[in-house]
Design a protein around this ligand. Structure first.
Ligand SMILES: Cc1cc2nc3c(=O)[nH]c(=O)nc-3n(C[C@H](O)[C@H](O)[C@H](O)COP(=O)(O)OP(=O)(O)OC[C@H]3O[C@@H](n4cnc5c(N)ncnc54)[C@H](O)[C@@H]3O)c2cc1C
Length: 386
């Protein structure tokens, strides 16, 4: 089952149409890019930008600013479908469209939205998100950002970045502000593109902010209110990351089933062997549970208001969704390689590519351990309140 029947899960036909459109486009236009992306760590920039013409970018942007005015669930389904066919490109899609753009949709003021959002929808702008690290001083009408940020998806290719910086370090999490930084701002540069075991072709960079002057008009939200934006955004990011992992895991399962049918040993397809069947059954069960929890929590965050999240049930459940998705996806990928035997160990095989990329799902958007303590902290808080 590579195309889920979303209506079986209670979603209406509109979501199915969006999923199917993204799935078809990714299969026809994006899948074949994957081997070169992996081999050469090549980012297909033109193909990424072209997704804008297909209506795959900026779906959560209001129609007044060139988007489709849909909720984040539509973006989640696009991410799942693209991840199924080209998970590295989907990683860049997620970083630009969700981590950067959707946070601007939810938090930027009208002037900022009019200025920045339309170009994301056409693909003219690629975005990235850099979480706290740089510090900022203020100077008349500007802020001056200094510092470095590591591991930024799309950092080397981004035109616009949403950056969190410390504006009042002594206030800790109450002293962070969010800023829109353009790559052309003097003092901003990419220190290096990083070499990764997976997600190859989705560029990850180290960024340097050397006295980067950011106009006060580019501060998103109030001064020192960045943590609220970040925490609320992270809840949504965790859910879309779970959708992303679902696409990846479903692809690995489908590849394993195909291989089990095709590969013969001892004169029989390996799928005839019960121990191979056991692996397929375990993989299927993990994919099914990722899907059930992810879709349910997707429903819960799809109308999350700005400022909501970062605490309470949604915080707990988004962390639980990605905690499960990350771990279960890695189990599925491990078994998918096992079903492929020696071929699975070869860098050139698709399943190997997926395996090397899957690990990041236990690291990005808060590690497995961070997700665990979010879930546990909320459980204990609930218990204390009763
Ligand atoms: C490919 C890739 C892309 C990324 N893209 C982005 C991006 O676009 N934007 C962005 O801002 N960031 C990005 N990141 C950064 C990512 O979010 C961090 O790497 C991640 O949150 C982990 O932080 P860290 O690397 O500093 O690890 P550390 O925090 O140093 O963690 C190291 C280990 O210690 C454990 N640990 C740390 N603190 C605790 C604790 N309190 N309790 C228990 N265990 C703990 C962790 O679970 C982990 O096992 C990306 C990372 C990668 C690898």
């Amino acid at each position: 089952m590579s195309i889920p029947n979303l209506q079986d899960f209670g979603f209406d036909a509109e979501y199915q149409a969006i999923y199917d459109m993204a799935y078809r486009y990714a299969r026809e236009k994006l899948y074949d890019l994957s081997p070169r992306m992996d081999r050469e760590d090549w980012f297909p920039e033109a193909e990424f930008r072209a997704m804008g013409q297909e209506g795959l970018l900026g779906v959560t942007v209001p129609t007044d600013f060139g988007g489709a005015g849909l909720n984040v669930l539509a973006q989640c389904f696009i991410c799942e479908a693209v991840s199924y066919w080209n998970h590295s490109l989907a990683a860049s899609l997620l970083a630009s469209d969700n981590l950067c753009l959707d946070n601007l949709v939810r938090n930027a003021n009208a002037e900022q939205q009019a200025r920045y959002l339309p170009a994301f929808c056409t693909g003219a702008t690629i975005g990235a998100l850099g979480m706290t690290e740089p510090g900022a001083g203020s100077d008349a009408d500007d802020y001056v950002l200094n510092g470095r940020k590591l591991f930024i998806t799309n950092g080397p290719v981004a035109d616009v970045l949403l950056v969190y910086a410390k504006t009042a370090p002594e206030k800790k999490q109450h002293g962070i502000s969010a800023f829109i930084v353009e790559k052309s701002f003097p003092g901003f540069r990419v220190a290096q593109k990083l070499d990764k075991m997976g997600w190859r072709g989705s560029p990850t960079g180290e960024l340097v902010f050397d006295n980067v002057r950011v106009p006060a008009a580019n501060r998103v939200g109030a001064e020192n209110a960045g943590a609220g934006i970040m925490m609320s955004g992270l809840d949504v990011e965790r859910v879309i990351a779970a959708f992303y992992g679902l696409g990846l895991a479903q692809r690995a399962l489908d590849l394993a089933v195909d291989y089990a049918t095709m590969r013969k040993q001892f004169g029989r397809p390996i799928g005839d062997f019960q121990l191979v069947q056991g692996m397929l059954a375990d993989m299927y069960t993990d994919v099914a549970t990722i899907r059930a929890l992810t879709y349910q929590v997707g429903r819960e965050v799809m109308n999350l208001a700005p400022g909501e999240g970062g605490r309470g049930a949604v915080h707990k459940r988004s962390a639980a969704a990605v905690l499960h998705a990350g771990r279960a996806c890695m189990r599925v990928l491990d078994l998918a390689v096992q079903v492929h035997g020696g071929m699975g160990f070869m860098n050139e095989s698709e399943v190997n590519r997926l395996y090397r990329s899957g690990k990041v799902l236990e690291i990005g958007a808060g590690t497995t351990q961070v997700r665990q303590f979010i879930v546990a902290a909320e459980l204990l808080r609930e218990a204390a309140a009763h």
